[in-house]
Design a protein around this ligand. Structure first.
Ligand code: HEC
Length: 145
């Protein structure tokens, strides 16, 4: 009995490797990127790109384990959920009310250290915000909200 369960799990693990979620990689330049519509200082943009764009833009830099399931599927679900909440590549298309609300939320999540997700910074250590970086983002977002 134990052997059968083990084998079943092994088969499931092999089968799941064939699942290939669609990648979040846009070939074209994002015309609606936030930096084209709002004043984003270079230092702030660099931090957003490094710490947020993997889940909140149209282009994710995928790590090596993307092709190992279920890790890749879990990662892709974060990207999909993150993008739905906030997409810096499409930010220019947000109406004013939505944009202002997002600026307010950005200040909140950064202030409370909710973002970037801790499961992400565990692996992407350099994406973790220093206190200077979170203050810079919070100040920038608060001026626009
Ligand atoms: C590993 C993926 C990931 C990274 C990196 C990431 N986020 Fe998120 N973010 C999410 C997901 C998933 C959600 C939606 C679910 C949730 O709120 O937890 C979200 C939601 C949000 C929201 C919506 C507000 C809310 O309260 O839910 C804001 C604002 C946000 N993120 C800002 C940021 C900022 C700013 C950064 C960079 C400093 C960042 N995120 C980095 C995945 C990520």
């Amino acid at each position: 009995m134990k052997k059968k369960i083990g084998l079943g799990l092994l088969v499931a693990l092999v089968v799941i490797q064939f699942v290939r979620p669609t990648r979040n990689s846009s070939a074209s330049e994002s015309l609606n990127d936030i930096s084209k519509f709002y004043d984003v200082p270079d230092e702030v943009h660099a931090v957003l790109k490094k710490s947020c764009y993997d889940c909140h833009s149209n282009n994710t830099v995928y790590p090596w384990y993307t092709n190992i399931q279920p890790a890749g599927l879990w990662l892709q679900s974060h990207v999909n959920d993150g993008k739905e909440e906030l997409n810096f590549s499409e930010f220019g298309a947000y109406d004013q009310k939505r944009a202002k609300h997002k600026f307010e939320e950005i200040g909140e999540v950064v202030g409370e250290a909710e973002m970037p997700l801790s499961s992400y910074t565990l692996i992407h250590r350099d994406a973790k915000l220093t206190s200077e970086q979170s203050s810079a983002i919070a100040a920038w977002a608060s001026a626009l909200k």
